[in-house]
Ligand binder design. Structure first.
Ligand code: NAD
Length: 299
């Protein structure tokens, strides 16, 4: 599962999805209902289209209903809010995901905050964000949740460890910090205005890169035997081929680190598995069923 130095997110996520399917089947039998995940895609962003296609496929694979809504780039904010409201009140929908980024004329925060917190499988609603930072049970954003599952596999208690996160977005950096804090790490969040970034990173036992700059992190930024979680997904051209690389220079850092997530095949597949995990969780409560102990899903 965690083979030598490479943290195999593809394998770990497929095992998680298998277990979600088993729990989902039991829930369907008990409740007589099928969990439904609604995904809303606005416009023609090619990367978003690929993400939505993957999410839809994996949703069906675990036996959940996938409800897709594709809207024109020109859709008004009001129309989108109306659709979210409809999904909020739809008994067949247990989770709602509005794919980001949204076109510039739409206020993303307003849209995300219009999703019912109990159907907010992306964990972006202010109520869920507040709960996460307060250490309360909440729906947690999928990418950092996936990263935290990977880190937990290597070390469940990070007491005395320094975790450095590069990136302070609401989607990845900030919730990642909350999760690492809850695991007792001492957490530093870096961003575009951080001075001496390389020096800060060099002190990290756990280094999480979520920036969006191809191969920015080099080996001289990395402490020996650090655990590196590379969230970045960057499309670049190399040797006349289009390839995906992370925010970490994988080849350069491989020798020095203890463990590293590859790109692709590291954090990416974990994100979708966590989306399905969140949908399973929201389904238990909406079907009035007590959620069993789900820790086995994460072991
Ligand atoms: P974002 O653009 O919202 O945030 C980027 C962050 O990086 C910002 O906080 C910014 O301050 C920081 N930053 C920018 N330049 C910097 C610099 N020179 N030095 C230090 N910090 C700098 O991006 P995001 O949504 O958080 O995504 C980050 C990366 O993760 C992207 O490559 C994105 O594609 C990827 N991502 C992957 C997944 C996944 O499932 N694997 C999910 C979400 C995002």
């Amino acid at each position: 599962m965690v083979d030598n130095k490479v943290i195999d997110g593809k394998l770990i996520s497929s095992e998680i999805r298998e277990k979600i399917k088993i729990f989902g089947e039991e829930l369907k039998k008990k409740s007589g209902k099928t969990p439904g995940l609604a995904v809303v895609l606005v416009g023609e962003n090619p990367a978003s289209k690929v993400y939505v296609k993957n999410k839809t496929e994996k949703t069906k694979e675990v036996g959940f209903n996938s409800i897709e809504h594709k809207l024109e780039e020109s859709v008004s904010e009001n129309e989108l809010l109306k659709l979210v409201n409809k999904l909020n009140n739809d008994e067949n929908v247990q989770g709602i995901l509005v794919q980001l980024p949204l076109p510039k004329h739409i206020n993303s925060e307003k849209v995300l905050d219009s999703i019912k917190p109990e159907k907010d499988v992306d964990g972006f609603h202010a109520q869920n964000v507040g709960k996460l930072w307060s250490g309360l049970n909440s729906l947690v954003p999928c990418t950092p949740l996936g990263c935290s599952i990977l880190v937990k596999k290597l070390a469940s208690d990070l007491s005395g460890k320094h975790a450095v996160i590069i990136g302070r977005s609401n989607i990845v950096g900030k919730p990642m910090a909350a999760l690492l804090l809850s695991m007792n790490a001492t957490v530093t969040i870096c961003h575009s205005r951080t001075k001496s970034l390389a020096d800060v990173c060099k002190d990290a036992d756990i280094l999480v890169a979520a920036v969006g700059i191809p191969e920015m992190v080099k080996s001289d930024w990395v402490k020996k035997d650090a655990i590196i979680i590379d969230v970045g997904i960057n499309r670049i051209e190399r040797n006349e081929k289009k390839i995906l690389v992370g925010d970490v220079d994988y080849q350069d850092c491989f020798e020095k680190c203890k463990m590293i997530t590859p790109v692709p095949g590291g954090v990416g597949p974990m994100t979708i598995a966590c989306l399905l995990l969140n949908t399973l969780l929201t389904s238990y409560s909406q079907f009035n069923q007590e959620a069993p102990d789900l820790t086995s899903i994460l072991e």
